[in-house]
Design a protein around this ligand. Structure first.
Ligand SMILES: NC(=O)c1ccc[n+]([C@@H]2O[C@H](COP(=O)([O-])OP(=O)(O)OC[C@H]3O[C@@H](n4cnc5c(N)ncnc54)[C@H](OP(=O)(O)O)[C@@H]3O)[C@@H](O)[C@H]2O)c1
Length: 251
């Protein structure tokens, strides 16, 4: 078993990256509780993981942007699994930046879906892992968190809020034997980006999912993790480009 990761909860389990990660544990006979908002897609993910060898896969329907509804999903997870070895928070949506500029209510809904609702969820997961005294939480934020770009700064700012929260949580819970990983993927081919032109910097969701699974299983990764690793270097440069140069780039 990968690093003794046997019992896994995935919030946003219908994500392509999450599926890539989950398959690695399924082939080692892991048990899953899969949380997402589409029953049809959840059933497909469940069938996929059982086909890959999962010992068990339960599904829980929840629109995770509804913070009040998260409590029931969390209870369902812990009731089904008892103690949880690893939790992956993978849900998110890529908003239309222009539409968000025009419609503040839409912008705030997107901010909630990508930022504040995920922070609420992670806060509750943190409490439960702390009560267990062990476990690993991996949360997918994004490289978009590292610098506001003209083309997607609403999404980027929500992911930045999430990433900063998760980074701080990682430091606090590290002292209690719990690992928290802020996963920052670069460009990944998935349903979320299917409408974008796929250039050489795009990685497959399966490859990035495998990287997430490896980090969860290795028993030592915590804090920020860029995937693929080249994005650590790319974003170091992007963060340090002076504003007067940055505003002329098309990045
Ligand atoms: N693809 C990229 O280039 C990229 C880069 C950096 C970070 N990310 C982040 O990586 C994560 C996974 O994305 P992905 O690339 O795997 O794309 P994806 O396959 O489109 O996955 C996103 C998933 O989030 C789910 N979701 C969205 N809002 C939800 C809600 N309120 N409640 C429950 N589920 C919800 C979607 O469910 P439905 O299908 O039901 O809508 C979908 O399954 C996201 O957090 C994304 O922001 C992606």
């Amino acid at each position: 078993m990968k690093g003794n990761v046997r019992k896994i909860a995935i919030f946003g389990a219908t994500s392509a990256m999450a599926r890539g990660a989950a398959r690695r544990f399924a082939s080692e006979k892991a048990e899953f509780v899969l949380v997402a908002r589409s029953a049809e897609k959840l059933d497909a993910v469940k069938a996929d993981l059982l086909a890959f060898g999962a010992a068990r896969a339960e599904t829980v329907l929840c629109d995770l942007s509804d913070v009040a509804a998260q409590a029931a999903a969390l209870d369902a997870v812990w009731n089904a699994l008892g103690e949880v070895d690893a939790v992956l928070v993978a849900y998110g949506s890529l908003p239309d930046q222009k539409a968000c500029e025009a419609d503040t209510a839409l912008a705030m809904r997107e901010f909630a879906n990508n930022g504040s609702s995920a922070i609420a969820l992670c806060n509750e997961i943190g409490k439960r892992l702390e009560a267990q005294g062990r476990g690993c939480l991996a949360v997918i934020s994004s490289v978009a968190a590292d610098r506001g770009r003209e083309s997607n700064y609403l999404y980027g700012s929500a992911k930045a809020a999430l990433a900063t929260f998760v980074d701080g949580m990682a430091v606090r819970l590290s002292k209690k034997g719990i690992r928290v990983i802020d996963v920052k993927p670069g460009l990944v081919s998935s349903p979320m980006t299917a409408h974008l032109k796929q250039g050489p910097l795009f990685a497959s969701s399966d490859k990035v999912g495998a990287g997430i699974a490896k980090a969860i299983a290795d028993g030592k990764t915590e804090g920020t993790l860029y995937l693929p690793g080249i994005w650590a270097l790319i974003m170091f440069v992007v963060r340090h480009v002076p504003y007067f140069v940055f505003k002329k780039t098309r990045f």
